[in-house]
Design a protein around this ligand. Sequence first.
Ligand SMILES: [Mn+2]
Length: 459
Amino acid sequence: MKWSLALPAFLVGSHVAAMPQLRGQLRASSQEVLKTPPKHIGVGHFSEWSRATKKAFLMDWQAGKAGEWTIVMGNEGGDLDSMTAAITWAYHLDHSTENDTHPVKAIALLQTPSHALDLRPENKLALDNSQMTVGHEDLLTSDEVPEDPETLSRKLKGIILVDHGEPLRKWRDANIVSIFDHHKDHGTAPEASPRIFEKVASCTTIVARELLNALESLPQEYHLNHEFLELILSAIAIDSGGLTSDKTTDEDISVAARVLARSNWKDEKLSKVMKELDDELSSAQKDISHLNLRDLLRRDWKGDLIDTPSPRTPTVSLGFASIPYSMDEQIKKTDFAELFHWFAVHAAWTAEAGVDISICLNKYKVKDKHGKKEKIREVVLTVRDDVRVDEVQAEALFKVVKDALENNDQGIELEPWYRANELGPRQMVWTHKSGAGRKVFRPIVEEAVYGWDKVMMEL
Ligand SMILES: [Mn+2]
């Protein structure tokens, strides 16, 4: 079946692209022949738009015209919400001004390297469903940004933050045009407009609502293609458990209904569509059993540098991982399947990431004696003494963060992990049953680090 080797180019032809069934068959048969699936260019309108935008951005950058662009960026966890919210607002800015004398040049940036996106099967699936090019080629990822963000941020027209409330340090010199977020408001860029912080399940809800409101007030609406609408519904569905989780708000429901009404699925029931999307995406999301510990650490990693108040105190780097496995299960995934190896693999990753303080937030379910499922969470704290702080400082930092965690005012009752006595210096593991995740823990740890200097001076 030699012809299958010519398939990628062949698929670009629009007549083939217009026949999804044939395309599927060809792809399936070619995969049998070739070990690695052949690359093909996405065929949807959405893919075309995204690809054209990326090309225009890179061409303008090369021509020294980066200053005409606004980058819409999600957070570095790079989940479906971040990705979709960024794409949604970039799409809106681009389409709503396309007939203007000076159309807005906006591009979505996924603040993860492309390989990290591959660690999120649900993103892959959602992009595939939206007929995007395999391997996220239509999207700009952080490893493709053609210039050091510190420098680029000063050249850009501006940045727009979605799904996070303050820019990563490397972007902090950029002009922040707008913020759409559902995390804690740290007061960043008070002059940004729109500047919306709202407790909703999915940040995409906020962005999609703003898009629809603006769209409906235009003299003539621009086109929303169905792939795009389906991606928006997917992001809201997975973050809201198909609109059924506790986090779901009326806004999530009403925005999803408005998006659905414009989609190809408009004749179906909202609850059914959202449940199906959530089921499909959540099962893809859970399909990470093949990932090793290093990949699990990288998969949902958020970190940044924190300046402590005093000039004599170094800047420290803080990283958070979220992992859906217990410590015991993670240990089993290491080559030696022993506790020491968890810390060795973890240390190799934090060294690579240049992180002083690392917090891993694990969550998993156990069945109690009545067969009822119970959610358990674990917190793993480690502090390195070889990145930005020395051993004495590392000890002090560890103590400050440990105290802040143990004496938190969020009602989280941390109990030492059952093997805590086997841990080494500046390592601690706790378990708890509160629902608190990264959104709760991150501010606790950050505030502790901001206050670290005070403790140092008292010593
Ligand atoms: Mn989010």
